[in-house]
Ligand binder design. Structure first.
Ligand code: ADP
Length: 405
């Protein structure tokens, strides 16, 4: 065991359909443990993790929920790492929505838990899952109870101008009820933006980039002079791109139509738009991009779904070019799909040649898979794949907050 083991952070990222976790040193970025529980609520929920370089995979069961999955991690995975666990100084939680009251990373106390609960209507798939993780960790590890830190996806968007965050509905809905664009995935967009500034050797405060985080949830952010000036997710993480099971943008009248003409109630419509739409809804088969990558050339529904995904994405990228004050330093792809699916990058960039994007097919297809690097031709605007590491970003923020106390 590493004798210099100290100041480790446990990170818990309870997503809507998966849970990622890690134990790492935020200073030297060494990861001792990292893992993910996938396919929550599906017929086969399984966990994979890597501890000191050795990989493990287990089936947890069927239709497993967040609570059962977090308990499995605590009971079956963490006890193997007793030495490491003794050296934990804090627990960092990803929280999707800070609502109207929380603007930045903070230590968790009862007030903060209440604020996260108050913001559940802004992130109905995520904040409840985040709260489950927070409450279990506080209960199971009382010696670290006061060292739980919440890192919010919405923090990155606090400086957006009101031209971006206001909706064109009566102003008092914003003033009185907090209805505005909040954004999500901020931790990832912020992380890859900082990585880009290092790669380009450019000060963060003068960086002009567009970042595409494409995972089960997907969003695009426009960052101008180091400040996020617009993003595709809205009041909730439902707006914007086509996602695994979320519709993204649609005409709000579709909701009235579903309600009035089809007699679906509001809860049913909310469930359809969040859990039955997106790639799953379009294909009727899957929300997993591995399926679409495999079947793009063989199955009509797979091609249709992917083409719609890329059409929407390229529209956002084009629109955000107009926010760049005459200079774009780079376009960035990240997230499970952005990092691993060359097809998506190819199809999206092929729609953007008018704007000066030209992909290098070799780099895109062969060199970069699963890694970070440039994928554009030398004559093109720069396009990079940059692997995100939300767990590392959360650990670093958690450590900063704890060491400030
Ligand atoms: P989230 O964090 O939102 O749960 P991820 O960033 O983990 O999502 O991305 C999940 C998506 O990425 C899924 O659609 C999955 O199929 C896709 N994905 C992950 N790895 C690969 C891969 N190696 N090849 C193709 N698709 C992948």
């Amino acid at each position: 065991m590493d004798k210099k083991l100290k100041n480790l952070i446990f990170v818990l990222n309870c997503g809507s359909s998966s849970i990622k976790f890690a134990i790492l040193n935020p200073n030297n970025e060494k990861k001792y443990l990292s893992g993910v529980v996938e396919c929550l609520f599906l017929s086969e929920t399984y966990i994979t993790w890597q501890f000191l370089g050795i990989k493990y995979k287990k089936k947890i069961g069927s239709n497993i929920n967040h609570q059962e999955a977090v308990n499995f991690i605590i009971d079956q995975v963490l006890p193997q790492e007793k030495d490491i666990f003794k050296n934990l100084i804090g627990i960092g939680h990803r929280v999707v929505h800070g609502g109207t009251k929380i603007k930045k990373t903070t230590l968790i106390d009862n007030n903060i838990i209440q604020y996260i609960e108050d913001a559940v209507s802004f992130a109905p798939l995520h904040n409840p899952a985040n709260l489950i993780g927070i409450k279990i960790m506080i209960e199971k590890y009382p010696s670290l109870a006061k060292k739980n830190v919440a890192v919010f996806d919405t923090s990155f968007y606090q400086d957006m101008p009101e031209t971006s965050f206001l909706y064109a509905i009566p102003y008092n809905f914003y003033k009185e009820h907090g209805i505005r664009r909040y954004g999500a995935h901020g931790t990832s967009h912020n992380y890859v933006a900082h990585k880009t500034s290092i790669i380009l050797n450019k000060k963060f405060s003068s960086l002009n980039i567009i970042t595409c985080h494409l995972g089960n949830g997907a969003s695009v952010s426009a960052i101008c002079n180091g400040i996020c000036v617009d993003t595709s997710m809205g009041l909730t993480p439902l707006e914007g791109l086509v996602m695994g099971t979320r519709s993204g943008d649609l005409d709000p009248s579709i909701i009235f139509f579903m309600n009035k003409q089809l007699n679906l109630n509001i809860d049913e419509i909310e469930m359809i738009l969040n859990k039955k739409s997106g790639l799953l809804g379009l294909s009727g088969i899957s929300s997993d991009f591995r399926y679409f990558e495999k079947n793009y050339n063989h199955k009509k529904h797979a091609k249709r779904s992917v083409d719609i995904f890329c059409h929407r994405l390229s529209k956002y990228i084009s629109a955000y070019m107009s926010l760049m004050e005459n200079r774009l330093d780079a376009l960035i792809f990240t997230g499970g799909i952005g990092e691993n699916v060359p097809l998506i990058r190819e199809l999206t960039l092929s729609r953007l040649s008018l704007l000066g994007f030209n992909i290098d097919h070799e780099l895109n297809l062969y060199t970069i898979r699963g890694k970070s690097g440039l994928i554009s031709k030398s004559t093109s605007r720069s396009v990079f794949v940059i692997a995100t590491d939300e767990e590392l970003a959360i650990a670093q923020e958690t450590s900063n907050i704890i060491s400030r106390k």
